[in-house]
Design a protein around this ligand. Structure first.
Ligand SMILES: *Cc1c(COP(=O)(O)O)cnc(C)c1O
Length: 446
């Protein structure tokens, strides 16, 4: 029998790599219901990933929501090769460079100039921490140090470092570390699955906004910022909500002098049908976090964009009034160049417009699932489609994941929620393949 290269790599990985978001023991339990396969990937091309034995997988979730224009994208590759020969890295304290300047200018322009300064880090959780610290420090600098608490939505996910966990409301990530975390205030989610009989999604949004108003009435004087994932709460299981909530939240934040932080780490960069999700509510945040797709899924990069009012409150002779936060790789030129190449593709290919047709294709391909007896809340916002599966099987998500791999698809449910979040270069034929992998995996897992 031909020796499997996959087997070699996965044995070595299990022996030496501590994988994220994983009970490592599940990798070893081959053949059992709890088995979680480990897939060694040799290379990627377009929407496809290839293992060492020649099997391929259609990347239905953009490699954890990061990849926008396919693996080994020729245009991003070319930009990075050029950047490699020019400048791989320089510290951003006291030094600056072309990619970071151009990226900051272009991102500010994409907010209509309302968020005039860009602060850099490498991962999403750090962007959350930066936004929280900026808001807190702003209120201190303007003589309102009592505004020191944060508000987040039920089911929110903003990252897993200790500071970001404070505004993350997902028990599986948070409970073990609760004693380490300074808890934030949690207000009800506008998730439209919570509709009572006769309620529209906009009604649910108004009900949740009324609860927010109540909370601000009582505690607003001590609250620095409200942080939200605009339109789709990803890690909660693709909980979607009406833009009305963001409109009302913006008004309430203004009224109670609370910053609105939009965490667009997952929903930004064209994912929901507009370049930024908050645009669909006709509002602007005071602070915005970006990461994941902004580098095209190539390199770790995160950005916090801030309003000029916030920025100006840090200008002073005193160093202690400055925002001293830093990371060694802040503003890395390679990562910024990957982001510039990504923004170029958005412009050259009119991606946001083209995605509307793609989203319609996805919707048509998944429509037959609505009739499936176990499928509930089939829903979509742009290039995110999701549904919940009625089952009591604790192994559902792993069974589905394993079955999808057998159908040549990478689709990794969150609990009982199955979702698609493909790269934007996915073809009509690949959309059909993903839909048929979903039906097949659903048959195998229920
Ligand atoms: C993924 C994610 C984060 C955290 O980003 P990391 O790079 O994984 O730290 C924060 N907020 C949202 C909405 C996310 O989806």
């Amino acid at each position: 029998m031909k020796k499997s290269l996959n087997q070699d790599w996965l044995a070595r990985s299990q022996a030496a790599v501590w994988h994220p978001c994983t009970q490592m023991q599940h990798h070893a339990q081959t053949g059992s219901a709890s088995h979680l396969p480990l897939v060694p990937i040799a290379r990627g091309s377009g929407a496809w990933l290839y293992d060492f034995d020649g099997k391929r997988y259609l990347d239905g979730i953009s490699s954890w929501w990061t990849n926008l224009f396919g693996h080994a994208n020729p245009r991003i590759n070319a930009a990075l090769k050029d950047q490699l020969e020019t400048l791989e890295h320089v510290m951003l304290a006291g030094f600056t460079h072309q990619p970071v300047i151009e990226l900051s200018e272009r991102l500010s322009a994409l907010t209509g100039g309302t968020l005039g300064h860009a602060f850099y880090a490498s991962d999403g959780a750090s962007a959350t921490e930066i936004a929280l610290k900026m808001s807190f420090h702003y209120w201190r600098n303007v003589g309102r140090p009592e505004k020191a608490d944060f508000l987040c939505l039920a089911g929110s996910y903003h990252g897993e470092t200790v500071g970001a966990l404070a505004v993350t409301d997902v028990a599986i990530f948070k409970d073990a570390y609760a004693p380490l975390v300074r808890a934030a205030h949690v207000v009800p989610s506008p998730d439209f699955r919570l509709a009572e009989s006769g309620e529209t999604p906009a009604d649910v949004a108004r009900r949740a906004a009324a609860a927010l108003e109540n909370h601000l009435e009582q505690h607003g004087a001590n609250i620095a910022a409200l942080i939200v994932e605009p339109l789709v709460q990803g890690a909660a299981g693709m909980a979607m909500y009406d833009p009305e909530y963001l409109r009302l939240a913006r008004q309430l934040c203004d009224q109670y002098e609370v910053h609105l932080i939009c965490d667009e780490i997952a929903v930004g960069c064209g994912r929901t049908g507009t370049f930024f999700a908050h645009e669909q509510a006709g509002i602007r945040p005071d602070l915005m976090c970006l990461s994941k797709g902004i580098s095209g899924g190539y390199l770790p990069l995160s950005i916090v964009l801030s309003s000029d009012i916030i920025y100006a409150a840090f200008l002073d002779d005193s160093v202690s009034r400055a925002f001293l936060h830093s990371h060694s790789y802040t503003g890395n030129p390679l990562a910024c160049r990957a982001a510039l190449a990504t923004l170029d593709i958005f412009e050259q290919d009119q991606t946001v417009t083209v995605n509307r047709q793609k989203a319609a294709k996805i919707s048509a391909a998944l429509a037959p699932l609505a009739a499936h007896p176990r499928v509930k809340h089939l829903r979509q916002r742009g290039m995110i489609a999701a549904f919940d599966v009625e089952t009591n099987d604790p192994y559902f998500s792993r069974k589905f994941y394993r079955a999808a791999l057998e159908h040549e698809a990478l689709i990794r449910p969150i609990g009982n929620t199955v979702y698609l979040m493909p790269p934007y270069i996915v073809s009509d034929e690949e959309i059909e393949q993903l839909a048929s992998a979903i039906s097949g995996a659903l048959r195998a897992a229920t």
